[in-house]
Design a protein around this ligand. Sequence first.
Ligand code: FAD
Length: 387
Amino acid sequence: MLRNHLSEEVLDLAAFAREVAERKIGPLVEKVERDQTFSPAIRDVLAEAGFLGLIVPERFGGSDTNLFDELVVVEEIARVYPSAATYLTAHWVSSKLLVRAADGGQSDDWLLDALQKIAAGEWLGALGATEPEAGSDLASVKTRSELDGDTWVTNGAKRFITNGGFSDFIALVVRTGEAGSKGISILFAESDAPGVSAIRYEHKMGLHGSATAELAIDNLRVPADHILGEVNDGWRMVMDGLDAGRVVVAAMALGQASSALDHSVRYSRDRRQFGQSISEFQGVQFLLADMEIAVATSRSIVYDAASAIVEGRPNGSHLASIAKTHATDSAMQVTSDAVQVHGGYGYVTDFPVEMLMRDAKIHQIYEGTNQLQRSLIARHLLRDGPR
Ligand SMILES: Cc1cc2nc3c(=O)[nH]c(=O)nc-3n(C[C@H](O)[C@H](O)[C@H](O)COP(=O)(O)OP(=O)(O)OC[C@H]3O[C@@H](n4cnc5c(N)ncnc54)[C@H](O)[C@@H]3O)c2cc1C
């Protein structure tokens, strides 16, 4: 589905998100990039715009939205500031675990109360899945929760946690049972609970305005009913959100690529060398054409994959992997080409293409690396045979 086939409501939301990104986030970027840490001001903008609460359905006090709303919002925010888009993606992926638990029939007061706070934009979430020894192989997590009377006591460590140390709650992927994927649960903890602390922040190639924390979990105690869903059913809870998570990352990459292309078209028209605009050189035109091809094909596959997921089509997972791989690989190429079009000015911080290129690399790594996506795509092909 191309973006111009989206409903009026979704297009209105996209236009609103563009305005929020350009008018409210844009002016903050220079300072936040310099400060290289989480920005409470950006969090406030996202909350006031209603983007933090976007994924809570009406039945739990939120609004009637779907995956397309998420895609257009992250695409527009990432066009201006990819770091800000990660506040949303980490928050959404963790919050959706609460939604899934409530949809599965869990109706504890604390859960419904938490969903209300998320819907109102009062709470920001983080997902604590990755560990020093458990990255792509997430089923090998070692952080362990033991039941002590009516309390889960948790010990372990988490690495690379977006929003870590700045979130109001964290959904932790923990081991409550046997080795492997069947012994995993999702534990909910408020971030001020004693026993969980951000002990270090990563110094990163990009995403300088996004906090990436190492968490120490030392005798964290939370009530026994704070498991999301069933005990030892956490793997399914995480897997159920993967397809949507992948297209959301793909949409972020798409936003960055389309922004880099727009900057490049403008710059190539303005910049003059050898007595003419550089846009008149075929070498530059071919770069721009290849960038446009990559952006247009990414846009098609991202929105097509989203349609398949929303409609529950059986090829939703397959298309999500293709969308994630194509859009993120394309964003890396397009943002690099954008720097090329800008020449030396692209390599310095005067123009945003330098940031867009640094911030593109991570999309090939998280939410399932692109090598893992290719394995999934090949497995699907070989299982289902030739078309
Ligand atoms: C900025 C940033 C933000 C992040 N945010 C979060 C977050 O909010 N929450 C969270 O839980 N995690 C987060 N992560 C972690 C991220 O999801 C992991 O880095 C990612 O899953 C890869 O794990 P790894 O880094 O351990 O790499 P590894 O798994 O060690 O992979 C190293 C290399 O080996 C390849 N490889 C591994 N297994 C296979 C295989 N089976 N087949 C082929 N190739 C393979 C990979 O593709 C990669 O090229 C974040 C990471 C970063 C850098």
